[in-house]
Design a protein around this ligand. Sequence first.
Ligand SMILES: *[C@@H]1O[C@H](CO)[C@@H](O)[C@H](O)[C@H]1NC(C)=O
Ligand SMILES: *[C@@H]1O[C@H](CO)[C@@H](O)[C@H](O)[C@H]1NC(C)=O
Ligand SMILES: *[C@@H]1O[C@H](CO)[C@@H](O)[C@H](O)[C@H]1NC(C)=O
Ligand SMILES: *[C@@H]1O[C@H](CO)[C@@H](O)[C@H](O)[C@H]1NC(C)=O
Ligand SMILES: *[C@@H]1O[C@H](CO)[C@@H](O)[C@H](O)[C@H]1NC(C)=O
Ligand SMILES: *[C@@H]1O[C@H](CO)[C@@H](O)[C@H](O)[C@H]1NC(C)=O
Ligand SMILES: *[C@@H]1O[C@H](CO)[C@@H](O)[C@H](O)[C@H]1NC(C)=O
Length: 460
Amino acid sequence: MKSFVALSVILLATSASSSTTIPLTKLRGTGAYLKVSPDAGRARAALLKLRTDYEPTTVPATYLGYGSYVTKVGIGKPPTYYNLIIDTGSSNTFCGAGTPYVQTSTSIPTGEAVDVTYGSGGFTGNEYLDQVTLAPNLVIVNQSIGDALSFAGFGIANGILGLGPRDLTLRTLLPDTNVTIPTVMNSLVSQGLIEDQVLGVYFAPPTSDNDTNGALTYGGTDSSLYEGNLTWVPVTKTYPASRFWGVNVTLCTYGNQTVIPTSTAGVVDTGTTQVLLADDFFTVYMNAIPGANKDSNTGLLDIPPSSISYMQPLNFTLADRVFSMDVAAQLVPADQNTAWGGVPGKRYGTVGHLSSNSGQGLDFLLGIKFLERYYSAFDAHGKRVGFAQTKAGPWAVIEGSGFNFAEPEPSKAEAEPGPHITVVVVDSQHDSHDGDSRRHLWITSPSPQAQQYTIHPSQR
Ligand SMILES: *[C@@H]1O[C@H](CO)[C@@H](O)[C@H](O)[C@H]1NC(C)=O
Ligand SMILES: *[C@@H]1O[C@H](CO)[C@@H](O)[C@H](O)[C@H]1NC(C)=O
Ligand SMILES: *[C@@H]1O[C@H](CO)[C@@H](O)[C@H](O)[C@H]1NC(C)=O
Ligand SMILES: *[C@@H]1O[C@H](CO)[C@@H](O)[C@H](O)[C@H]1NC(C)=O
Ligand SMILES: *[C@@H]1O[C@H](CO)[C@@H](O)[C@H](O)[C@H]1NC(C)=O
Ligand SMILES: *[C@@H]1O[C@H](CO)[C@@H](O)[C@H](O)[C@H]1NC(C)=O
Ligand SMILES: *[C@@H]1O[C@H](CO)[C@@H](O)[C@H](O)[C@H]1NC(C)=O
């Protein structure tokens, strides 16, 4: 695939651990563990256990290059900050991509090499123990991290913050292929920095490149970022989705078509941009959109603009609740075509295919385009994933004719659909089928009633 759109960093369930042939450089040291004072570690742990204020900590997340969400992570002392991809689909944390790992007195080589293969790309390098700063009050000591010496597939990010289950680190170290390494979430708990091993993730549609429109909460969820209560979905028992933050979808519909008919396991992955469906599911979806086909240049769904006004919500049922991807969520915003590898003027879909048929135990992937509509929570001890409507949504599609927004599209002009609500246009589509000039505006609104507003001529 030419584009970087399938920026999936989920570990391929089927991939062998060390399939790459990139030569490893000679290790710089061995016997590293002995250099860390066990007493200092114990003293710190004892001190931290006295903490009673286990308030969750929220840090910002940036949608880098319209491809992946990153958060700034400090490594070393003093810390150097790296943009690490927020990835619930893998569990190794590493830096060194794009910008070199700056070692300090806290950087201790473990003597192990590290080698991880992802759905797209991978890296090889050396493993270190180092101090990792996630937030001013969340400073992990002795965190196992990788230094990528050879890498591919991370765009302009500097590495990955691995937020998946610890077992996914199995067979990533060499020569100790048998061991797993504690993830940053494991370390936050074991070092007394958070009480509950819960991660909250808030994404929202970006309104510009590198928009810092997301948030990550360590140790709980941030209820100011979602509506109502979370719906909890147990981690699936179906292998291999069960190795990840996997969940069962019991039904998926597109308009009046059934896309996923029975209970099916897939994964929730903050490291993948798109929503991916097994090929047979995807074909049902594609065929339900008149004229839609796979674009051979980008691998994306090419949707005729004339079909857009007839598009329907794509609804996933999880734990008996329907989670709907509205039409705007299913479309690449027109001004992002180039960033997604496409050409201006076309319309592309955000829903893609997995390149394998269903029945594999990992038959869909709910990535960023789903998570921009639903706040998500990853609870390790409860073995469950929670979802709730994000505060920023829902996103309404408002149709009308004769809108007069400034070119070029889409405009970020503000419209006023009602006397007290200002909406920000995140995307608009000019559609001249039927000889009529129409615009569809995708808006963000603070109000759940947004869908009921109409734009009157005087307010355009
Ligand atoms: C540091 O981490 C390594 C690997 O996770 C572990 O073996 C070692 O005991 C730790 N040392 C301290 C002082 O916590
Ligand atoms: C690695 O795992 C295998 C199978 O679980 C076990 O037999 C072997 O002793 C382990 N080796 C080490 C070095 O832990
Ligand atoms: C987005 O961030 C990247 C990496 O920091 C930078 O190279 C790029 O210029 C930024 N884009 C914009 C539009 O600021
Ligand atoms: C959320 O859950 C609490 C406790 O179960 C309940 O009292 C409350 O009504 C719920 N709120 C919503 C919006 O569903
Ligand atoms: C998920 O679906 C599978 C069948 O696809 C079923 O065996 C399992 O009990 C379901 N629930 C969980 C939590 O795995
Ligand atoms: C399903 O929806 C499509 C498009 O809205 C419509 O053309 C078709 O008649 C519908 N089929 C059924 C069985 O309702
Ligand atoms: C899909 O979800 C939308 C929004 O919640 C809802 O209006 C629609 O009725 C749902 N469609 C189906 C077939 O469940």
